[in-house]
Design a protein around this ligand. Sequence first.
Ligand code: COA
Ligand code: AMP
Length: 633
Amino acid sequence: MTSYEQDYQQSLKDPEAFWSKAAEGISWSKPWDRVLNSDNPPFYRWFEGAEMNTCYNCLDRHVEEGRGDQNALIYDSPMTGQVVKFTYREFTDIVARFAGALASRGIKKGDRVLIYMPMVPEAAVAMLACARIGAIHSVVFGGFAPKELATRIDDAKPVAIVAASCGLEPGRTIAYKPLIDDAINLSTHKPSSCIVLQRPECAADLSEERDCDWQELVAAAEPAPCVPVAATDPLYILYTSGTTGIPKGVVRDNGGHAVALRWSMKHVYDINPGEVFWAASDVGWVVGHSYIVYAPLLHGCTTILYEGKPVGTPDAGVFWRVIQDHKVKALFTAPTAFRAIRQQDPEGKLIADYDLSQFVTLFLAGERADPDTIIWAQDQLQVPVIDHWWQTETGWAIGANCMGYGMKPVKLGSPTLPVPGYDIRIIDEKDGKTEMARGEIGVIAVKLPLPPSSLPTLWQNDEGFVRSYMADIPGYYKTGDAGYIDEDGYLFIMARTDDIINVAGHRLSTGGMEEVLAGHPDVAESAVMGVQDQLKGQIPVGFVVLNAGVNRPEEEIQKELVALVREKIGPVAAFKIALVVKRLPKTRSGKILRAVMRKIADGEPYNAPATIDDPAILTEITEVLAKAGYPVK
Ligand code: COA
Ligand code: AMP
């Protein structure tokens, strides 16, 4: 195997040679005319002219190559007490039949299908079935409320929704069908089919004409073959938080995605075909798309689909039980899951109850991996703990300790080095072009072209794509993160440069929450920011200024505000604190000083800018936060 340094250099000097070699790992029904079309920057197209099918590469191909009896997917659900294993042969048949069921509802290549499902195997079946017939899926995380669902329905205009009757959270069953019905009532676009998987925990009412039962539809369907699609055709749209309440529809294409994800399994994760890989995430997030479903299957691995939490289902030893029972080689999760486990079992006593001898590496991503958590995990598990950095937009790691080349020394707080394909630069925020010296913080940008799998555009929004990512630093993709590169070339990711926050590894927009608060009749003005939280990394805290003359009890309004965010965005926002203040601190030009307020809440030193309109407001903010229990100084 070549070294990381050789591959990294080659990937930048001659990306076409580098990625066409990686593309040998994928089965193509028609070869490409051009590896990379760079004629129309910042729009780049990988493997133009080629045809393939992602589902074929994930499933049928492995059956043909002799993996038919190997497990493709293991569903392990402490929520229902079930463990179900599907071989590649069985899973291919199930997916082919559901693809036939979709086709029987008239769904065809290019149509969008919105998937709103909990962590059941049928979620992966639905995704792969769409890929099989060339339909474009858009999975929405179960913790989002009907209004968020409606926004996505209106943007993606799906012909069908595929859902389960319910999701299971510890202590409560969430009926999904009423949420979907509400969303369809709210949306302007109306999908013509709603296919519902009935779970025994809660049956859905299927009385609307558009509704149909998953099992009945499948029973009547013929298996559908894989349809060749262009490498540049969209495989899926995944909505992610932007700076406003309107989410961005990240598009993933078929060919480049398959090439990069398959390549990543060996080079980033050091996993071989036949081995067991577990991403403890949710199919509603990008980690779930890439590393529960697509990458492990493209590589002929066994993937684990886990329906449960790191703690409480039933205890903080459940991750070790799953690793032991299914002989997991590598686990990928968010640091918050380990903080939750550590909180419940600080000395890691439960680990001794399990045989983890097959377990080789722990990968963390989704939020900053704090050194405390990394050290704890290393000490307890006695395996390398590898932080890596990536985004919904790329679909795979931008910075990592690429384990397939041999492990580089770990520097705590750093996701290590750029992954081959990513030419990472630190740019001065002030002028948007000067490169910062080593060790100096700036905005993190990637020189174009981005490697395969990275978003070619936003769904039907080329202009938004250019504005959000490409316009500020011409010739570069702006990641939205700030950080620096040290003298050894190691990356350090420090903070977002926009109003996105990371709550328990979930990406959320504070701007979206402010829009909801502003909709309350008693609220004149609001500001939401992410403050530090021991478990979730960050949690949102809202400050509101009430309209003149409002004299209802503050507690009553606070409760309504919390309920409003839950109703409009969903429980995933974890919005629990709304504090009433007389005014918000602002600059003389009217910009709310969110960073200063966040620092006060976090107990960090801050400098009030010279342009602040009234410094006395900061005293009030400090007092309100102190009263609410924040470690203000
Ligand atoms: N459907 C409906 N509701 C959901 C949901 C889903 N799929 N997922 C979460 N929720 C709800 C939760 O029940 C909770 O509701 P509550 O306010 O009534 O308690 C709320 O959304 C917040 O959920 P979460 O942030 O997950 O907090 P939690 O307290 O339930 O669990 C952790 C905390 C740390 C255990 C949990 O966040 C976790 O396992 N994180 C792992 C990280 C991860 O998977 N990240 C994905 C990217 S890699
Ligand atoms: P998402 O698109 O939901 O995957 O969120 C992407 C954002 O999460 C990034 O832009 C970062 O802000 C943050 N993030 C992801 N991984 C890491 C990491 N390893 N270290 C620091 N921040 C991270």
